[in-house]
Design a protein around this ligand. Structure first.
Ligand SMILES: C[S@@+](CC[C@H](N)C(=O)[O-])C[C@H]1O[C@@H](n2cnc3c(N)ncnc32)[C@H](O)[C@@H]1O
Length: 212
């Protein structure tokens, strides 16, 4: 077992694990030696972190705006490693929000926000400037949503990670062409890297930095 970021470990060659305050499974995951196993097949962020340590400088004390939090499974692992940080978790579905609220009751560093990431101005009273935006909304206008949030909430020079799902944009065109087109639509950021996700073949992760 090797620690690749504070509080984040590699177990064998393709599993991550985090140290959780409760040491109990939250989403049916395995617990090994007191660590919560984080399966890259179930989380795009875990799959990305196995290839690129994009959270360097953000953990353990950064502030994160997470767009498309769903039931909070990936948020819960971020919560484990952001021991002195904060996660604003935005989700549009009231059903998913119920699970997210349940997580937030157990985790002081998770602030659930029921809202539409395509209308970032609507949560201005809740969310403050952040050190990282992580987006996984699976919508047609993924680049536009990310760019609008970055313009309002991302601190200059800070990173944004956008998970782009080809099928959500166009189910007929070649995935590689869709990724190129969507990356061109990002505004106000410099694209640093695109990363294929071996466990999520219809997606890529785009890592970008906000320009001043
Ligand atoms: C692929 S799932 C996210 C999975 C989650 N990131 C994880 O790893 O556990 C996409 C989520 O984005 C949410 N979503 C879609 N459009 C949204 C929007 N405009 N604003 C906020 N959430 C949105 C969906 O309801 C869904 O829960």
């Amino acid at each position: 077992m090797r620690e690749i970021l504070p509080g984040l470990y590699i177990l064998r060659k393709d599993r991550l694990a985090t140290r959780s305050p409760s040491q109990e499974p939250l989403y049916g995951e395995q617990i090994v030696d007191g660590l919560r196993v984080w399966d890259p097949r179930r989380s795009k962020l875990a799959s990305l972190l196995l290839r690129h340590h994009c959270l360097e400088g953000v953990v353990p004390s950064g502030k994160v705006l997470y767009l498309g939090a769903a039931n909070g499974a990936t948020v819960s692992y971020l919560s484990d490693i952001l021991t002195d940080g904060l996660i604003y978790a935005v989700e549009i579905s009231p059903r998913a929000m119920r699970d997210l609220l349940h997580l937030a009751e157990r985790r002081e560093n998770v602030i659930p926000v029921l809202g539409d990431a395509a209308r970032p101005e609507t949560y201005r009273r809740i969310v403050e400037p952040v050190d990282l935006i992580y987006q996984d909304v699976a919508q047609r206008n993924q680049a536009e949503i990310a760019s609008r949030n970055a313009a309002i909430y991302l601190k200059p020079n800070s990173l944004m990670v956008v998970m782009i799902k080809a099928m959500s944009i166009d189910s007929t065109a070649r995935a590689a062409d869709i990724f190129d087109e969507e990356i061109k639509r990002l505004r106000g950021v410099e694209v640093l890297r695109r990363v294929d996700l071996p466990h999520h073949r219809d997606h890529i992760a785009v890592i970008a930095r906000k320009v001043r």
